[in-house]
Design a protein around this ligand. Structure first.
Ligand code: NAD
Length: 500
């Protein structure tokens, strides 16, 4: 039985009226399990109108009252964690344990956003001139929108909506059409937590829905996460329509392995960081960079040995290290990238193509693939693959390794494994990448710091979560006031100065 999903507008489930739908698969079986409506411009406009009206009420609530809704939501989502993780796993294909992590990392940003009363405080200067005080206040933007990718269907929507809502905005989410059920459930939970109807809306759809959000003048800001070409398109189109935009794109994250590193620790870290979630993470490590031939040979041997023991299985199977990819297209695309690597002359140490899981022969599975001796001119090195493919690109020296990560067009995350503090500190300071791990393979910053890549991994000025998120979702107003009001200076025709 194929379920028919809805939008969530004005506090209720609303059936699609465009007549266009997209299939939602169970990637374990390859079967269609639901179909999701793709919104028309008119449907998006209705959601925006609803959100604009609801924002007038929500934005006038005091910040602490708004934060209490977030607190209640935290309570509800904690109770719902098990079923939500299974729902996420069954649409995305990541294991249930990994799905819990997806939700939990989003929850942590809601916890951070509960601090809105503090985070929204402005600045105050007493006595900036005679009787003059200057203060600033942070005010909500109004209606803001988030456009999110398939690979974190809970975490990234929560990263966006938490700070946006806490700051007093209303929010329209356009989640990935490939796994939209978890975002819809999150919207239900917020309503149950006491969020006024219309403050949080989920509009399902594709380019048509996105374009409607990008061009409507009532939408004041766009937060996007997804692939780089779309990130660039969204950034340019949003800017052309006078909107604030932060757009995060693809990645090719390197791990530098110094000769003094503990290679067993490194190899274990690379299993999780390279193959966890079938490599469908923007912070996955896809390039291992051992420094020196000896380190390279030893690391390649350890990785090949471990890869042979990974378990690929049904995402609801607790024994699986990772599950299927999101859809058949992804399997085809990653398989083609593997073939291109072979054709270009890289050394294939493990080939995951053609991997099947007994009982689920039509699932979107790929086994772990490992390449050694990948050169920087190969597509395998230059492009994001977004699958369970780890490559080894060897460097002769530390400086060469540093230059590799710094010169790559993507700059999302990078990691160095070493026991030498001098090297680690130098690396963190000099590498041209937005998020750095030192003996940490996936350096996703904690909720109260900010997340954002550089170069082709991020467009816009402010990062996600942490203090930046409140700056992104608010505008600053600055007030200059004079009390007592009776000071008489006579008419003055020069630029006001505060000399005394
Ligand atoms: P995607 O770019 O295909 O889709 C992202 C969103 O954009 C979806 O909501 C989709 O419906 C919409 N979209 C797709 N095509 C569009 C078009 N032509 N016009 C307007 N909107 C369009 O990305 P994806 O496949 O869902 O996600 C995987 C990508 O996201 C990878 O490249 C990954 O690295 C990246 N990602 C980046 C981060 C980060 O923080 N930098 C985090 C997670 C994922």
């Amino acid at each position: 039985m194929v379920r028919e999903l809805t939008h969530f507008i004005g506090g209720q489930h609303v059936a699609g009226t465009s007549g266009r739908f997209s299939d939602v698969f169970d990637p374990n079986t390859g079967l269609v399990q639901a179909r999701v409506p793709l919104a028309s411009t008119a449907e998006v406009e209705a959601a925006i109108a609803n959100a604009a009206e609801a924002q007038l009420v929500w934005g006038a609530w005091n910040p602490q009252r708004r934060a209490r809704v977030l607190l209640k939501f935290l309570d509800l989502i904690a109770k719902d964690m098990d079923s939500l993780a299974r729902l996420l796993s069954s649409e995305h294909g990541k294991t249930v344990a990994d799905a819990r992590g997806d939700i939990q990392r989003g929850v942590e940003v809601i916890e951070f956003a509960v601090g809105a009363p503090h985070l929204l405080k402005g600045e105050y200067s007493v006595g900036a001139g005679t009787g003059i005080d200057v203060y600033s206040m942070r005010q909500p933007l109004g209606v803001v929108a988030g456009i999110t990718p398939f690979n974190f269907p809970a975490m990234i929507p929560l990263w966006k909506m938490g700070p946006a809502l806490a700051a007093g905005n209303s929010f329209i989410l356009k989640p990935s059409e490939r796994d939209p059920s978890v975002p819809l459930r999150i919207a239900e939970l917020f309503l149950e937590a006491g969020l006024p109807a219309g403050v949080l809306n989920v509009v399902n759809g594709d380019k048509a829905a996105v374009d409607a959000l990008l061009t409507d003048e009532r939408v004041m800001a766009i937060g996007f996460v997804g692939s780089t070409p779309i990130a660039q398109y969204i950034y340019q189109t949003a800017a052309a329509h006078g909107k604030r935009a932060q757009c995060f794109g693809g990645a090719k994250n390197h791990m530098i392995v110094m000769p003094d590193a503990d290679l067993d620790q490194v190899a274990d870290a690379l299993m999780g960081a390279g193959y966890g979630s079938a490599g469908e993470r923007c912070m996955a490590i896809s390039v291992a960079v051992p420094v020196g031939a000896e380190t390279g040979d030893a690391l390649a041997a350890k990785l090949a040995e471990r890869v042979a023991h990974l378990t690929v299985g049904h995402s609801l199977d607790d024994a699986a290290d990772y599950g299927p990819l999101i859809n058949r297209d992804a399997v085809t695309r990653v398989s083609a990238a593997i073939q291109a690597g072979i054709d270009a002359g890289a050394t294939l140490l493990a080939d995951g193509r053609g991997h099947t899981v007994a009982g689920y022969e039509n699932g979107f599975f790929l086994g772990p693939t490992l390449f050694d001796h990948v050169r920087t001119d190969m597509e395998l090195y230059r492009e994001e693959i977004f699958g369970p493919v780890l490559i080894i690109t060897r460097a002769d020296t530390y400086e060469d390794a540093l230059a590799l990560a710094s010169d790559h067009k993507y700059g999302n995350g990078v990691s160095i494994f070493t026991r030498d503090g001098d090297t680690a500190r130098d690396f963190a300071a000099r590498v041209n990448v937005g998020m750095v791990g030192v003996n940490v393979p996936i350096p996703v910053p904690i909720a109260y710091h900010t997340f954002g890549g550089w170069k082709k991994s991020g467009f816009g000025d402010l990062n996600q979560h942490g203090p930046d998120s409140f700056r992104f979702y608010t505008k600053t107003k600055t007030v200059t006031s004079r009390w007592p009001s009776g000071i008489k200076e006579g008419a003055s025709f020069v630029m006001p100065l505060m000399l005394e």
